[in-house]
Design a protein around this ligand. Structure first.
Ligand code: KG4
Ligand code: ZN
Length: 345
């Protein structure tokens, strides 16, 4: 007899997307609903926590209802409720956590706490049935840049992380400097397609020959000074720049970020003897990063297998939450109603 499949309702509200999804057996996406708040934050050039929290409150139940309807499952067919409870904006996370606890209590279903960053990695593993582990796992998002030694979906050891700006944050800030539309990452990628990545040599901060940590504030400041003069003492040149000049800055900046990400990932691969590389997080949607990492894997002395999150699951979503929760469900790792939202983790 075929074993009954395990349906998990995943909930995600860590930043500016309200998301819910139903995932069966950690791999079969029965529904995936995301309500983006991008338009609400656009005029501020970044996510405003208070606005994010209020929008989550408005959207959370409609989004969950839509995910349940799209999946065509009743509450009785749901085996557990999973929620990202860390890291992120606490007043945003708390909305998803409260909704999940309420449903868990009212429906009488187990509750599963999910680390948002670990879930981003799960997006990269969704399509793969047989993983060759350990993998060097790179998460590049708006709030985090981390390298992990991934021994299994539930065993992730942090090898390094950013000491200042996250990669996505640097993309967003440079887009603001270049007066490109919000959100910045996709805008930089678009502008960079028409630019020369070797036009300007922006700094690549490697923090020493062995470090697996990242630092992106230097390259961001270098772009700022390039556009506004050393120590911002010049005039803002961006308004009078041609589209070609902006494209060259975007391409050169993107190249600097990607060079650093590749160097550090290569170091992690060597350190843990990995044959697989995992890539996830919002910045993993960047086509140039995906292509360069693929090239690195193909051209390695011993070619590596690269698993990248599908583009629709790179930025924040609940499929990754429902998927990772399956492994916690199988391991009996449940939370209780004292679960709290945490900014770090
Ligand atoms: O993972 P995510 O949705 O949210 C966090 O957990 O932070 O990542 C959002 C980040 C933003 O900084 C956004 O600019 C960046 O991912 N991003 C990109 C691209 N698409 C999104 N960065 C570079 N190229 C892209 N195509
Ligand atoms: Zn994220």
């Amino acid at each position: 007899m075929q074993a009954k499949s395990i349906n998990i309702l995943g909930i995600e509200t860590s930043c500016d997307e309200t998301a819910a999804a139903v995932v069966a057996d950690g791999r079969i996406v029965k529904s995936a609903v995301v309500s983006s708040q991008s338009k609400l934050h656009e005029k501020y050039g970044g996510v405003v926590p208070e606005i994010a929290s209020r929008a989550h409150l408005e959207q959370i139940y409609p989004v969950i209802a839509e995910a349940m309807a799209e999946a065509k499952v009743s509450k009785d067919e749901i085996d557990a409720i999973a929620v990202a409870n860390q890291p992120g904006l606490t007043i945003a996370l708390v909305v998803g956590v409260t909704a999940a606890k309420t449903l868990s209590f009212v429906w009488g279903k187990p509750l599963i706490a999910i680390n948002h960053l670990h879930a981003h990695l799960q997006s990269a593993m969704l399509a793969e049935e047989k993983l060759e582990l350990p993998a060097a796992a790179l998460i590049v998002s708006g709030g985090h840049t981390c390298l992990y030694d991934c021994e299994s979906p539930l065993e992730l050891e942090l090898l390094g992380s950013t000491i200042d700006d996250a990669a996505g944050e640097a993309f967003d800030k440079v887009a603001t400097i270049l007066k490109l539309p919000y959100p910045g990452g996709p805008s930089i990628e678009k502008a960079a397609k028409n630019g020369n990545p070797e036009a300007i040599k922006f700094p690549r901060s490697l923090l020493g020959p062995e470090s697996l940590d990242f630092s992106f504030s230097g390259v961001k400041t270098a772009v700022l000074y390039y556009c506004r003069g050393q120590d911002m003492k010049g005039e803002d040149k961006v308004d009078s720049m041609s589209e070609d000049e902006k494209a060259d800055i975007a391409a050169s900046f993107q190249e600097a970020i990607i060079d650093v990400l590749l160097t550090k990932t290569q170091r992690a691969v060597e350190k843990i003897g990995a044959n697989t590389i995992l890539l996830g997080g919002g910045v993993a949607a960047n086509s140039e990063l995906r292509a360069r990492l693929q090239k690195m894997c193909d051209e390695a002395e011993e070619p590596k297998k690269l698993l990248v999150a599908p583009k629709q699951y790179c930025t924040d979503n609940a499929v990754m939450v429902g998927s990772l929760a399956y492994y916690k469900y199988r391991a009996g790792l449940f939370a209780d109603l004292s679960l709290e939202a945490k900014a770090s983790g």
